[in-house]
Write a protein that binds this ligand. Sequence first.
Ligand SMILES: [Zn+2]
Length: 253
Amino acid sequence: MAEMCAGWVNDAGDHHDCRFVYESPDHAFHGKSYCRFHLPMGEAGEGGKADWDDEQQAAISDDIVSRIKAEAEKPEDVRERLDFSGVVVPRRINLGRETVWKIDFSGAQFHGWADFAAARFHDRAYFDGAQFHVFADFEEAQFLGDADFRKARFHGWANFRKTWFHDWAFFRAARFHESAMFTGSSDISQVEMRRFNKVRFDGARFHDRADFPTANSMIAPISKLVFLMKPPNSAGRACIRAPNSATSIAFPT
Ligand SMILES: [Zn+2]
C-alpha cells in the first residue's frame, strides 16, 4: 500500500491532496490507494464503496456529522475549518438543524440524501463542485456567510425553499438536472424579501423546472442565466432585479 491516499480529482481534472492525515490509505481501487473518505463509489465488484455493507456506508456520514458537532462545541477562537473536500458520502447524511462552522465540502460527492434542512452555516460554506446525486435539501437553511455552490451539480431535486442567504450566494455554472426550488412562502413579507442578498447564477443551467420568487427578492448582478427546457414558474416569468434596474425575463412556454 502507498503511504498516502490518492486524494481526489475535480471535474476539470485537477488533483487535490487528501487532508485526512490520520487516516490510513488502506483501500485499493483501480490501482490506487485511498482513505475511507476518498474511496470512490465504483460499480459493484470494483472494490469501491458500492461494495460496502450498510454499516460501513453509514459510518462515513456518522463520522462527518460527529466531527461537525464536536467543532461547534469548541470555543470560537480554536475552531478550525473542517476540510471534507472530495469526500465520497455513500449514504444519507443528516445535518438537518445542526450548527455548522467553517466547512469545506468542495468537490464532495453525496450519493444519498444530503439533508442540510434548517442547518445554520456560520461561516463561508464551500460546496463548489460538489455533486448531489439524489436529493439536495437546504430548505430553511441559513447561510450567515457566503454560500459557494459554483459548478455544483444537482442530479436530483435541489430544494432551496425558504433558504436564507445572508451574504453572497454563488451558483455560477451550477447545473440543475432536476427541479430547482428557490421560492419562499407564498406570503412574501419584508423579511422574506431579504432571503437573497447577493446572488450569482451566471452560466448556471437548469435542465428542468426552476422556481424562483417572483417578487423583487433577487437582487443580483446576473449577467447570464441559462434556462433549458421548462419555464421557471407557472407564469413562465421570473423577475430578477439588478442593482439599478428591474429586468423581467420571459421564458417560452
Ligand atoms: Zn483521503
